[in-house]
Structures are given as C-alpha cells and as structure tokens.
Design a protein around this ligand. Structure first.
Ligand SMILES: C[S@@+](CC[C@H](N)C(=O)[O-])C[C@H]1O[C@@H](n2cnc3c(N)ncnc32)[C@H](O)[C@@H]1O
Length: 288
C-alpha cells in the first residue's frame, strides 16, 4: 500500500475526525501525508470505530449517566483517542486504556493530558492481573481489544464477561497457543481431525481458527449474541477477524454443550476456557 496525500487523506477521515489529532498521534506527518504503515493502522482503527458505533450508541442510551469503555492491549491508544474525539468529548463517560508496556502507557497518558482528554484513563498492567481489576469499575459497558497479543485477547474477553460488559469487540492478534497444543497432543483427537492440522502451516491456521471458534462459543455461553466478520480488507491487515458480541441473555445452555463437544473432539484447552472453566460449569474435565 502506498502513502496517502491531500485529498486521499481527507477521504480516510470519519465525520468529525480531525487532522490535528492524527498529527498529534504521529499518524499524519508534518507534510500532511499518511505513510503506508500509518494508513494501514488508521484504516483498521476507523473500520473498528464504525463497526463499534452501534454498540457505543446502545451503551450511551442504556447508561446515560456515564458508560464505561475499556480498550485492552491499547498500545499507543490510537483507538481510544479516536473514540474519545468522536464520541466522548462531551458527556461524562470514561475510557480506560489498559496496556502492559510502561513506556506506551506513559506516552499515551501524556498525550491525553496535552489534548485535554480528561476522561481518558490509563492503567499500566497486564489485562489479567488484579492491578487491572483494581483500577477498573465493577461494571464496564463496552470492552474492545484490537490486536491484543496472543492470549491477551482471552484475558480481555474474560474481563469483559466478568465485568458484565454489554458489548465486547475483539480483533484477535497472532495466536500460537492452540497450535502448540495441537502439536504436543495430537492423539487427543480421533480421525479425521488430526489430518486437519498435520502440517505446520495448517496447524497454525487450524489453531487460530479453533481459538476464535472457542472464543465465540464462550461468549455465546454467557448469553452474548455473536457476529464474526471481517474488520477491513485483507490488504490492510492479515489479522482481520472481528468478533462482536452483545449480551442478550444470562446464559446459553446449548452453546455450552457445543463448546464442550468441540473441546472433547479436538483435545484443545485454550486459555479462555481454562480461565473460565468454573464459571462455564463445564461438565467434564478438560483434556490433560
Ligand atoms: C499489537 S499491539 C496493538 C496495540 C493497539 N491495540 C493497536 O491496535 O494499535 C498489542 C499491544 O498489547 C499489549 N499487550 C500484550 N499483552 C498484554 C496484556 N496481557 N495486557 C496488557 N497489554 C498487553 C502490547 O504491549 C502491545 O502494546
């Protein structure tokens, strides 16, 4: 992908999105151009923002007092800054950015201060730890995670479920966990399953696919209605699967059964399932 300049930059902007913010985030350079990497990142963020808009509107309607939004594995917090500019500038809602790298969290916090984005809060911690939990309100309303590395996406989903998020939207990053399990433990699954992941490249893809299927089933088990879709064109991101979940029930028994059957058949135990085994009330032991 080439850089964008002039009119091509303006075409990338969402209604209400300012060049000034994108310059402050160093996505747009001093010359007013979007370099290829920045253009790719902006496309990912803006597509996610558009797909998140109905969830945000719903949260603002249901919790007009102060909806709480959490961005997990925030990195430079591009997504948070864009969401804040477009939806949070007025009102009293709070956006929490959770990021484990101290340098990134500190830099984003500085930027928020400079921009006067007062209700953007930063928690420098692993998504899964008590530190994250302590820094967040008991109830969150929208949880997002854009390319949170490997099992950090699982931690983000678990956090969202435990904090009763109305909406959870994750775009998973590269995944290695389940592919390694398939390699270590191929005998768990009966034929013809092992043929699906006999070769390393298939194992990687099958592992990533199974991980996301399990994530969707876990969310459904907790009463979320799940849509799995593309984030943006494949040319803008290879990690392009968006799992959008909206809570509509308390739980879903059939999804739990389906999840159990899939775990039994494949012999995998992804982090999200291990983490939430008790809450899921899985009837049988997870495979060893
Ligand atoms: C690929 S970057 C994506 C950043 C950002 N969401 C974006 O799309 O620009 C993933 C970020 O997640 C952070 N991260 C990874 N594991 C984490 C965890 N368990 N808790 C919090 N942050 C984590 C990394 O430090 C990194 O900044």
């Amino acid at each position: 992908m080439k850089q964008a300049k002039g009119e091509a930059v303006r075409k990338e902007l969402l209604p209400g999105q300012s060049v000034a913010l994108l310059k402050e985030l160093h996505l747009i350079g001093r010359d007013g151009a979007l370099q290829a990497d920045s253009l790719r990142k902006l496309k990912q963020v803006n597509h996610l923002v558009q797909l998140l808009e109905p969830a945000l509107r719903d949260a603002f309607e249901r919790h007009p007092e102060a909806p709480v939004i959490v961005d997990a594995g925030a990195g430079n917090a591009y997504l948070g800054f864009v969401l804040y500019e477009l939806f949070l500038k007025s009102g009293s809602s709070i956006l929490y950015s959770v990021e484990s790298r101290p340098d990134l969290a500190a830099r984003a916090q500085e930027r928020a201060k400079k921009l006067g984005f007062d209700r953007m809060k930063f928690i420098q911690a692993q998504v899964a730890t008590e530190a994250t939990a302590a820094g967040l309100p008991e109830r969150i309303h929208v949880l997002t995670a854009l390319h949170a590395c490997d099992t950090a996406t699982d931690d983000a989903i678990a956090l969202g479920i435990r904090r009763n998020a109305d909406h959870i939207a994750v775009v998973p990053c590269c995944q290695a966990e389940v592919a390694a399990q398939l390699k270590e433990n191929p005998r768990q699954a009966r034929a013809p399953w092992p043929s699906i992941w006999a070769h390393p490249i298939h194992r990687r893809e099958a592992g990533a696919h199974l991980t996301n299927v399990v994530r969707a089933l876990v969310l459904q088990s907790f009463g979320y209605q799940v849509t799995v879709t593309e984030l943006t064109g494949w040319e803008h991101s290879l990690k392009n699967e968006l799992i959008l979940a909206r809570r509509v029930h308390k739980e879903h028994f059939l999804a739990r059964k389906e999840l159990q059957a899939l775990l039994d058949a494949t012999g995998i135990k992804p982090k999200l399932v291990v983490e939430m085994q008790q809450e899921l009330g899985l009837t049988q032991e997870l495979p060893q």
